[in-house]
Design a binder for this molecule. Structure first.
Ligand code: S3P
Length: 447
């Protein structure tokens, strides 16, 4: 594994507004799934707008290791020539997923019902994250796994020789766990049913339907049950990846915070299970409009128009968490610049992301002079309106979203804000710094 040396960066309030178009890259969740389902089809899956970031490129490399042909064309589109459900070959080498929980967990599911062996590892952050949450239910299909303490990587996974279909309830509000099990179900005979109380992102379900899988979703009193018929034959179909709302969040909040700003973010994914942040910001008083709403390959997309707005603190209902789970660090920054108190609850899952995000956000807010209380499952933030002191150096803890969130804070605080490392931003949004600079952000290497 190559460890790049840390690249710190400092954000200054430019004294000028942010303006223009922020064409953020493709959605990370959909990009991983497009490569994986492409590998499970026979024939060519053509993908437009794939996110070309480290996390997704690691998934592409894994698909090659399982025998799929994955190619990038000169026009930036990609093709996957799959091996079919049940046709995966055994990787010759260890699979390194870098920083990506999503890539690694989904791929564990994908191979768990095929009798092959693979070894999974990742960077220091990924090797600290819990994997028992996927390995335990994958054992029900007949897979065998050897993991380090607490179900951590490196992990050797041996897929089931004779896979069984399962009925299983996922208690965690995790789309990764749900998706891993749905992917495993594809090569188990008969019907597998996975239920979940939380309504987590449903890209796997939508894409499986588009690829011709027999999938049925039944609403429950709390949550839903998804059943998939195994030994599926998937039919390749073209995929246009919408732009990532979780990446759009950073320029959007920057425009809200920097006086006089107005930006447009085109073609953003508006799947209702992903747009909780936009609803929360509107409830805080944000001018955040969606125009040109349309359908793109089974997903709703639209253009966001965001204008600088004074914000007020709110209580974000705990049951909004699944629809904005990756957006709490940037929402916490917006809350710091709001008038009044913001209360965020129901966030125990944030403790096991790329970093312990509750602790990292609380420490970061304190470092820039904001009063914050860290709860077991949330944060209480005392907003300071326009008058956030800034200063300090933020410990990003190998977490791309902590780095981007605090660089945005520095664009509107009194004193500049420095982050100790920006290299991890390449895991999800490699164009972040140049894109923000084009909008007018003042980012400088600390001298
Ligand atoms: C993702 C699910 C979420 C999210 C992650 C992407 C996915 O993780 O945080 O960035 O693509 O399924 P959890 O399933 O752990 O909540």
């Amino acid at each position: 594994m190559v460890h790049a040396s840390p690249r710190p960066l400092r954000a200054h309030a430019a004294g000028s507004l942010l303006g223009g178009t922020a064409a953020v890259p493709g959605d990370k969740s959909i990009s991983h799934r497009a490569l994986i389902l492409g590998a499970l089809c026979v024939g060519e899956t053509r993908i437009e707008g794939l996110l070309e970031a480290e996390d997704v490129l690691n998934t592409a490399a894994a698909m090659r290791a399982f025998g799929a042909r994955v190619e990038r064309h000169a026009d930036g589109s990609w093709s996957v020539f799959g091996v079919g459900v049940g046709g995966l070959g055994e990787p010759e080498d260890v699979l390194d997923f870098g920083n990506s929980g999503t890539g690694s967990r989904l791929v564990m599911g994908m191979m768990a019902t095929t009798p092959i062996r693979a070894v999974f590892t990742g960077d220091d952050s990924l090797r600290r994250r819990p994997m028992g949450r996927v390995l335990e239910p994958l054992r029900l299909f007949g897979a065998e796994a050897q993991a380090g303490e607490g179900g951590r990587m490196p992990i050797t996974l041996v897929g089931a020789r004779e896979a069984l279909p399962i009925r299983h309830h996922v208690t965690l509000a995790s789309a990764q766990v749900k998706s891993a099990l749905l992917l495993a179900a594809l090569n188990a005979p008969g019907r597998t049913t996975i239920s979940q109380s939380a309504l987590t992102r449903d890209h796997t379900e939508r894409m499986l339907r588009a690829f011709g899988a027999q999938i049925h979703v039944e609403p429950l009193e709390t949550g839903e049950a998804i059943s998939v018929l195994g030994e599926a034959e998937l039919t390749a179909c073209p995929i246009a990846v919408p732009r990532d709302p979780s990446s759009a969040a950073f320029p959007a909040v920057a425009a809200l915070l920097v006086p006089g700003s107005e930006i447009r973010v085109p073609d953003v994914l508006l799947n209702p299970r992903r747009t909780g942040l936009f609803a929360a910001l509107r409830a805080m008083g944000a001018s955040l409009e969606v125009v040109n709403r349309r359908d793109s390959g089974g997903e709703e997309i639209g253009d966001l128009v965001v204008r600088h707005s004074p914000l007020s603190g709110i209580e974000v209902p705990a049951d909004w968490a699944p629809s904005m789970i990756d957006e709490y660090p940037i929402l916490a920054v917006a809350a710091a610049f709001a008038e009044g108190r913001t209360v965020l609850r129901g966030l125990e899952e944030l403790r096991v992301k790329e970093s312990d995000r509750l602790a990292a956000v609380a420490a970061g807010l304190k470092a820039i002079g904001v009063r914050v209380e860290e709860l077991a499952d949330g944060l209480i933030i005392e907003g300071m309106g326009r008058d956030v002191p800034g200063g300090g150096i933020i410990a990003t803890q190998m977490d791309h979203r902590i780095a981007m969130s605090f660089l945005v804070a520095g664009l509107a605080s009194r004193d500049p804000v420095a982050v100790d490392d920006t290299t991890m931003i390449a895991t999800s949004f490699p164009e972040f710094c140049p894109l923000m600079r084009r909008l007018g952000a003042n980012f400088a290497e600390p001298g």
